[in-house]
Design a protein around this ligand. Structure first.
Ligand code: T6T
Length: 324
């Protein structure tokens, strides 16, 4: 009996080794469709994705739209699907509007992974609903990020006064969750009034004018939370244009290179840097694991680095500033 079992084990191992070798011989093509191409966040994500692709001998194709909008993202996605890559990583620009377009990819047999943002509820592979088909969601914990922002802003304004969220538009999983986390935390701060959210369509200029308009209506405005790179950049510029540098406190999500100056001059109190390179790296690794017959976690959480005046010069912190 022992001999038979041992022989069977050897045969199985040989079969596995053969399978593994052929998987390694194939050069996989993995597509990464960002929220938009000209955003330091996705440029940094691409770098991480490329590092992982290089490590496993895969080809990374980076193809996206010029703005953060399902209307421009869907045609790019259709073009990517037509080329039939081995896997698609995508930051869907809307929780519901990308469900059907991505279903087309899944129906064509292309494994779908979402990075940064999600579709549906973001809980995948449950057999429930029509948007659980992606294999994994690789991203920051955006609710937690919103809570961290709220705590920092509360501290910066001495736990009292008026604040608001500068946000992109409803329907984006990440920024919706940041606002949710922010408001959830602020509910525990009775001295703080959260004014109506201002939506800027990812346009920093619009976010800057909105800051000035909110300040004109509320001269006692104490602070603002910029819920993504362009919202934060715009809100900070608006504070500066309104002559309120250092008086209206700014907490920023994301960390483009300009954040260093803004923190050093005191225009921005704190920035929550995501780890976009880590998202790209583990996105590609998840796809590669799946393509080579390994199971993949349905969610992979990536980290944050909180940057303020006290640590902005530290190289271990500065390395999380996004690439241009
Ligand atoms: O904040 C990131 C990303 O996480 C979000 O989904 C969209 O905006 C950014 O790309 C920053 O511009």
């Amino acid at each position: 009996f022992f001999k038979i079992a041992a022989a069977a084990t050897v045969a199985t191992t040989a079969a596995l080794t053969a399978g593994h070798a052929s998987a390694q011989d194939k050069k996989f093509t993995i597509a990464l469709v960002p929220g938009l191409t000209t955003d330091a966040f996705y440029i940094t994500m691409r770098k991480g994705a490329e590092a992982a692709a290089k490590a496993v001998g895969a080809e990374l194709v980076f193809q996206g739209a010029p703005d953060f909008n399902p209307v421009t993202q869907v045609p790019v996605l259709d073009a990517v699907i037509a080329k039939h890559p081995d896997a698609i990583l995508i930051a869907p620009t809307d929780k519901t509007q990308l469900v059907q377009p991505l279903k087309k990819a899944a129906d064509a047999g292309i494994p779908v992974f979402t990075v940064d943002t999600f579709i549906g509820t973001g809980v995948y592979q449950t057999g429930a609903g029509d948007a659980d088909f992606p294999l994994s969601y690789i991203a920051s914990d955006n609710i937690l990020g919103g809570e961290i922002a709220a705590r920092a802003l509360a501290t910066a304004i001495g736990d009292k006064g008026k604040v608001y969220v500068s946000n992109v538009k409803p329907g984006i999983s990440t920024t919706d969750q940041r606002e949710e986390g922010f408001k959830r935390e602020m509910a525990k701060h009775p001295g703080i009034e959260v004014l109506e959210t201002q939506f800027n369509e990812d346009d920093a200029n619009k976010a800057a004018s909105q800051l000035q308009a909110v300040f004109a209506r509320n001269p006692d405005l104490a602070g603002v939370f910029g819920a993504n790179l362009f919202s934060a950049l715009g809100a900070a510029n608006g504070v500066s244009q309104a002559g309120q540098h250092g008086k209206v406190k700014v907490v920023a999500f994301d960390a483009p290179t300009s954040i260093v100056d803004n923190i050093n001059t005191g225009l921005v109190d704190m920035a929550i840097a995501q780890h976009p390179a880590e998202i790209g790296y583990f996105g590609v690794m998840a796809a590669y694991a799946h393509l080579t017959g390994n199971s993949v976690p349905t969610a992979i959480g990536t980290g944050f680095t909180v940057i303020d005046k006290s640590n902005v010069a530290d190289p271990n912190v500065a390395k999380f500033i996004y690439s241009d």
